[in-house]
Write a protein that binds this ligand. Structure first.
Ligand code: PLP
Length: 406
């Protein structure tokens, strides 16, 4: 008999963006501006190789053994110390190590979301979070972040809020300081969990970093922190994504519940990767990579904006973000079919991200997410020239005269 195929119902709702992207990545000559990948030239591979060898040879019983579910104590303490240095009064008790930000989102779904609970988001929002929460069958409500006075009432109508205040994926939007303060005050007043997903917080290209929601919610005591913010961090965009090391910083009772859920998921995070992370942090590798990443990505951000102005301004509007990895291109024609643009782009040799995956309620109108970190200036220009040809095929009325080949 053939095996049954009555898979869980929630799978019907998953977006196929990631699998489509993985499939398309094999097309020869394709320029991929759809992903959100760091540039591998920034990876400190030799240093990490030495660290890994040292960890395995030096303490194989730790590096190759099981570890505690909430993470290696020294790594939890190191993360807490780093956050204390930037003004967040937290202790190791507030920290849990995860298999990067993605696992933290999955565990939050398991611990805080009962079917039908309401999640408040600033749409468009990270499609990976929507995917992680999907098995829990939540409902969603858009949070109007500009309405500061209305935020407490808005949070009362939600069970938890999920936000990416630093350079949102997909829009690149930076939530300003006044709005951050209003959000934290509203969460504290209403007792609503406020998830601050922050993989891009190190990637500020212009101007100083704003304090995070966690810092704004800490009262400066000796800790542990007991407030409503649940901060998610990750090394993926500031060191390497392959180690799959991230962390949750939250009140100890949240950490305890997340730890129970993690036990059933993977018992513990990869101990070798945690040891490598600890050594990399202690040796200052993140600080070494940081200025190079900022210089490279700042230049590429400007290169993509310039290429967009050269090639696709007839069809799209955008703001140039001050950090992160993406430019959000909003279609001037609200009737544009973005799926058609993705297909036409593929035919021209460019892969772009459809905005619809981040905006299931269609609040923002048709848009594309364009990544600038994974290609050099030449590749970005080629990508936008190809996108212009795709747009000419999909929406010829708006096309400027004499599109260049490339
Ligand atoms: C907003 C946001 N959250 C979380 C993640 C998950 O990243 P990772 O699992 O590599 O930490 C990403 C990855 O792109 C992201 O953009």
């Amino acid at each position: 008999m053939t095996p049954r195929t009555d898979f869980a119902a929630w799978l019907q709702g998953t977006n196929d963006m990631t699998s489509r992207f993985v499939g398309a990545a094999g097309i020869a000559g394709l320029v991929n501006v759809a992903g959100g990948l760091p540039d591998p030239s920034l990876f400190p591979s030799e240093r990490l190789a030495d660290i890994a060898a040292g960890a395995i040879r030096g303490t194989p019983e730790v590096a190759l053994g099981y570890g505690p579910t909430p993470g290696l104590p020294e790594l939890r303490a190191e993360i807490a110390a780093r956050f204390r240095a930037r003004g967040a009064a937290v202790t190791a008790e507030n920290v849990m190590i995860t298999a990067s930000g993605s696992q933290a989102l999955d565990l939050i779904g398991k611990v805080l979301i009962e079917p039908g609970r309401v999640i408040g988001c600033d749409f468009p929002t990270y499609a990976g979070a929507l995917d992680a929460f999907r098995p829990r069958a939540p409902r969603y409500r858009h949070l109007d972040l500009a309405d500061h006075a209305g935020l407490p009432a808005a949070l009362l109508r939600t069970d938890l809020a999920y936000l990416v205040p630093n350079f949102s994926n997909p829009t690149g939007k930076l939530v300003d300081l006044e709005t951050r303060r209003a959000l934290v005050a509203a969460a504290e007043e209403t007792g609503t969990w406020l998830i601050e997903d922050d993989p891009y917080g190190a990637l500020y290209y212009d101007g100083p970093a704003l304090p995070g929601l966690l810092e704004l919610s800490c009262d400066g005591g000796d800790g542990p922190y007991r407030g409503p913010v649940i901060h998610l961090g990750s090394l993926s965009k500031q060191l390497v994504p392959g180690l799959r090391v991230g962390w949750v910083i939250a009140a100890p009772e949240v950490i305890a519940q997340l730890s129970s859920a993690k036990q059933a998921t993977d018992l513990c995070s990869n101990t070798l990767a945690q040891m490598m992370t600890l050594a990399a942090l202690r040796e200052g590798l993140v600080e070494e990579v940081h200025p190079r990443a900022i210089a490279l990505y700042r230049e590429r951000r400007s290169a993509l904006a310039a290429a967009m102005a050269r090639h696709i301004s007839a069809w799209f509007d955008w703001e140039v973000p001050v950090g992160g990895m993406f430019i959000w291109a909003r279609a001037k024609d609200r009737r544009l079919d973005v799926e058609q643009v993705v297909e036409a782009g593929l035919a021209e040799g460019v892969l772009v991200g459809p905005g619809s995956a981040f905006d299931p309620m269609g609040l923002a109108g048709p848009a594309l997410r364009l990544n600038f970190t994974a290609n050099d200036a030449e590749g970005l220009d080629r990508a936008m020239a190809r996108l212009a040809r795709a747009m000419q095929a999909v929406s010829p009325a708006a096309a400027p005269a004499g599109l260049a080949a490339g």
